[in-house]
Design a protein around this ligand. Sequence first.
Ligand code: NAP
Length: 292
Amino acid sequence: MQTWLVTGCSSGLGRAIAEAALSAGARVAATARRVESVAELAQQGSGRCLPVALDVADPASVKAAVLAAEEWAGGIDVLVNNAGFGLYGAVEEVEDDEIRDVFETNILGVARMVRAVLPGMRQRGRGTIVNIGSVAGLVGGPGNAFYAASKFAVEAISEAMHAELRPLGIRTILIEPSGIRTDFHGRSYKRAARRIADYEQTAGKQIAFNLSLNGRQAGDPRRMAATILRLVASENPPFRLLLGASCVERVRAKLTGMLDDIERWEEVSGAVDFANPEFPADRPLPSAAPQK
Ligand SMILES: NC(=O)c1ccc[n+]([C@@H]2O[C@H](COP(=O)([O-])OP(=O)(O)OC[C@H]3O[C@@H](n4cnc5c(N)ncnc54)[C@H](OP(=O)(O)O)[C@@H]3O)[C@@H](O)[C@H]2O)c1
C-alpha cells in the first residue's frame, strides 16, 4: 500500500487528489493549515487517512508534519506539493512584504517539503514527488508577475530535482494546470493593497478578467486528480504534463513565438562569442517576430 502526503487538502485540487488516492486504496496523510478542514476526509478513509496540521510557510510545522506521517506509515512514497496561493497586482503596485508572503508559501514551502521528505525517499531508493506548477509558471502576463514568478521558480526547482533525483530512483512530476474550478479565485489569492490608475487598462483589466472567470474555469479538479493518480501509477510518466486545453494553447503560442525569435536573432546571439565572427555594426538587425 502506497503512502501519499498531500499539502493543502482543505479544498480544491489538493482535496481531490487526497480523495482519489484514498479511493484507489492508498494511505493518505491529508494535511491542512486548519486540521479540522480534513476531518471529513479522515472519516472517508476508514483508517487509511491521517489528518495532519501543516502550514508549509512554517519550518517547524513542516518538520512535525512529515515526522508524524512517517511514524504513522513507516515512510512516504508520494509527496504532492499542492499548497499555494495567488497574488495579483502590476509589478509597481506590489510591495516587498506581499512578494515575500507568496514566495514563502509557493517557493520555500516546496523547498522545505522536499528537504523534509527526501532523506526517507533516498534511504529507500524510491519515491515520487509531484509539484503543482501552473500555466503561469510558463507564460507570464500583466497583473500576475509575482505569482507567476513563484511558479516559474517551481519550474526551475522541478527541472533540477528531475536531474538530481532520477539517478537515485526518485521521480519528479511537474503538473501545469490552466484554470481549475476551485476556490482559488474566491479565497486563495491576494490583491496588492496599492493601486495605480495608470495600470487599470493593462494589469487591472487582466485581473478583473481572471476574477470574472471564477466558477467557470474549464478544468475539473477531479479529472486532474484522476490523471495525476494515473501518472504516479504508470511506469514511465512524463516529467512535465500540461493540464487543460487552454494551457496547451498558451504554452504552444509562447514557445512558437520564442523559437521564431531565437532563430531570427541566432546570428546576433552567437556573435558575442570569441570563436564566432562579430555581427557587423553596419548590418541592420533582424526584426522581432510579431507579438502574440
Ligand atoms: N485554480 C486554478 O486555476 C489553478 C491553476 C493553476 C495552478 N493552480 C495551483 O493549484 C494549487 C491548488 O490550488 P486550488 O486551485 O486547489 O485552490 P484552493 O482550493 O484555494 O486550494 C489552495 C490550498 O492551498 C492551501 N494553502 C495555502 N497556503 C498554505 C500554506 N502556507 N500551508 C499549507 N496550505 C496552504 C489552502 O489551505 P487553506 O484552506 O488553509 O487556505 C488550500 O488548501 C495551487 O498551488 C495553485 O497555485 C491553481
